[in-house]
Design a binder for this molecule. Structure first.
Ligand code: PEP
Ligand code: MN
Length: 633
């Protein structure tokens, strides 16, 4: 049952309720939500709920109707986010786990770890105990394999997961792995589930070969009832009559489970299809269907793999899949999970509150798209600091009041935000160290109770109004009122008492100001993205971007006034294998009809990039590197 406690209940009353329940054989879990605190009590069925309802401090008692209780969404409405080492699975992230089917040698797991970490995987997988159909097939290297994989994980900064096949291995394996994996064949090995659950580590629970969704959730319940809250469900295909693929990937299980349970769901397209060529399309389909991550088999030499070679991706295929996921995630309002960078050295961080180390500045009021981008990029690590103008964001960062700033640089429909390119030139103390993009989804927002037909005035940034033109045309007699920013328009509508007023902004702004979304997704063109740069002070840049991993460089220069001057510069890029992604020209302030060129280029390797920069410095004027980024987050 779910026991909703009264708000501001005393610890004493809570303890009393807990004791009452435990005496009657219930296990009690406390769940602290944003608005209310609840007790989830599981155990002895058949108790009269009214007895609990009468206790002091209890606001409401709700029975859990599902056979699984702790795993059920009835018990916990918010999505569970499972931490595996520094990596988070769940929420609006897509976390990719990759590695070989089995650990074959130290060299092999190091080679695969290198390849998958370079491509962006965040957890390394590899079997040390392989449950093979044939007793004569490769059975895995056992503990020796785990030792190799732990070393490889440490070398590349990846937490690791491996399948456990017997309760006898729990104590040994917990010394090595960051998450246990329960294989499909063991999904209903209840003694194993009890022992693994009691270890308290995160568990990736594969769906059984012929398990129903309810049986799968009951297996999760076993793990949770015995002591772990950190369960990740993994759909890996089920046995059907179809033989073209190894199994049949049940993609519809994703939305079904997401409705029934708060646990994150990932998908293993490798075992689901058994065929390398089918893995990327089904992996992408799984992400599109709402999976919180993927588990993919990758091998540097699949033809000679000791197990599951035919379904293992070559590193290049995996890299391509990661890039495609990268392109897909903004459409879904998600982002790819990255290994969080280690925080700044302690001496810098200890003065966090006074030096602004915990702040990241954005332009606009709370609920702005820039704040959404900032939260996407930094997750919970930095506190958003609202600034009035873009210039204030640069000031905050340059003065050290905020450690980071986020600035929009380009919108896929409206083009470049020139002001921010100019500010990058005017604030040489600020460096670009990161990049992120979000999909802009506009909503019509008004006071609770307002109907769309009541709306007669719509406030928003001119671009917000322009981007929703078709929708606004469908509302007869609506006045469009330009405002300085989208979320600011929502704050304004919240303040005034005008029943006919509404605003266009992101739905986060509605939550922030206590208003209601009347209609979401009203933009004429859904392919509306904004790209942001993350900036920090120059002296912090090296601790944020690992130059050996930098994928893009942003530079600026002007050219001598002579024939072929820009051509010479571009030739340098070409000769050094630098793939130019963007070229913008901006007028130089105070020098009419002279221009600075902004270039963004991919970096093939550190050496080519530094050679190109040296050569550019020679042939151009005022050459500067504005920053480097490791990739779009
Ligand atoms: C595996 O992930 O290596 C594995 C054996 O998968 P499954 O249990 O899903 O067959
Ligand atoms: Mn396998």
């Amino acid at each position: 049952m779910i026991i909703v406690l009264e708000q501001k209940i005393s610890e004493e009353k809570k303890a009393h309720i807990r004791e009452f329940l435990e005496k009657r054989g219930y296990r009690v879990r406390e769940i602290v939500g944003e608005v209310e605190t609840i007790f989830g009590a599981v155990g002895t069925p058949g108790m009269d709920l009214r007895e609990v309802e009468l206790l002091d401090g209890v606001s409401k008692v709700v029975p859990i109707t599902r056979p699984y209780k702790l795993a059920s969404r009835e018990l916990k409405r918010e999505d569970t986010v499972v931490s595996v080492g520094p990596v988070k699975i769940g929420g609006n992230r897509v976390a990719v786990i990759a590695g070989p089917c089995g650990i074959e040698s130290r060299q092999q797991i190091f080679d695969v770890a290198e390849a998958v970490s370079r491509a962006g995987a965040v957890i390394l997988r590899g079997g040390a105990f392989k449950p093979r159909t044939s007793p004569y097939a490769f059975q895995g290297l056992g503990e020796e394999g785990l030792r190799y994989m732990k070393e490889a994980g440490e070398a590349f900064g990846l937490p690791i997961t491996s399948e456990i096949t017997s309760p006898a291995y729990v104590d040994m394996m917990r010394e090595y792995v960051d998450a246990f994996q329960i294989g499909a064949r063991n999904m209903q090995n209840f003694e194993l589930l009890k022992a693994v659950g009691a270890a308290g580590l995160p568990v990736i629970l594969k769906r059984g070969l012929a398990a129903t969704i309810e049986e799968w959730l009951m297996a999760a319940e076993y793990l949770m009832a015995h002591g772990t809250d950190h369960v990740v469900l993994c759909e890996r295909g089920i046995r059907t009559f179809e033989r073209y693929t190894r199994n049949t990937l049940d993609l519809s299980a994703i939305p079904v489970v997401k409705k029934l349970s708060h646990l994150p769901v990932i998908v293993d397209p490798s075992h689901a299809t058994g065929l390398r060529a089918k893995v990327p399309p089904m992996g992408l389909a799984a992400v599109a269907a709402g999976a919180d991550g993927l588990m993919v088999e990758v091998h540097t030499d699949p033809d000679n793999a000791l197990s599951d070679g035919p379904q293992s991706l070559f590193p290049e295929q995996f890299e391509k899949l990661m890039r495609d996921i990268q392109a897909l995630t903004p459409v879904l309002g998600k982002s790819i999970e990255h290994i969080p960078r280690k925080k700044e050295p302690v001496e810098l961080h200890s003065s966090a509150k006074t030096s602004g180390m915990d702040r990241a500045a954005f332009q606009g009021v709370h609920g702005a798209y820039s704040e959404e981008a900032l939260k996407r990029y930094f997750r919970e690590e930095y506190e958003p600091a609202a600034c009035r103008s873009f210039r204030d964001v640069f000031e905050e960062v340059a003065s050290g009041a905020s450690h980071f700033g986020i600035i929009p640089v380009e919108n896929s429909l409206a083009g470049v935000i020139n002001e921010n390119l100019d500010l990058l030139l005017r604030y040489p103390a600020c460096r670009v160290v990161g990049e992120t993009e979000i999909r802009i989804i506009h909503s019509l927002i008004a006071k609770p109770g307002t109907q769309i037909s009541d709306v007669k005035k719509v406030y928003s940034h001119p671009q917000g109004l322009a981007q929703c033109e078709e929708f606004l045309d469908s509302l007869p007699g609506v006045q469009r009122i330009p405002f300085f920013d989208t979320a600011g328009a929502v704050a304004h509508v919240a303040e005034i008492t005008d029943p006919q007023a509404a605003a266009i902004a992101g739905s986060a702004a509605a939550d922030y100001y206590g208003l209601e979304v009347l209609k979401e997704g009203i933009e004429t063109n859904p392919r509306n993205y904004t790209r942001f740069y993350v900036i920090t002070r120059e002296e912090h840049a090296d601790s944020v971007v690992d130059i050996s991993k930098a994928a893009r460089v942003i530079m600026v220069f002007s050219t001598p006034d002579e024939p072929g001057a820009l051509f010479k510069c571009l030739k340098i890029l070409a000769e050094n294998g630098m793939n130019m992604k963007k070229l913008e020209s901006r007028p130089i302030h105070g020098k009419p009809w002279e221009y600075m060129f902004f270039i963004e280029s991919e970096i093939p390797d550190v050496k080519s990039c530094s050679t190109a920069c040296e050569q550019l410095r020679e042939v151009s004027v005022d050459f500067r590197v504005l920053g480097m980024v490791e990739g779009v987050r």
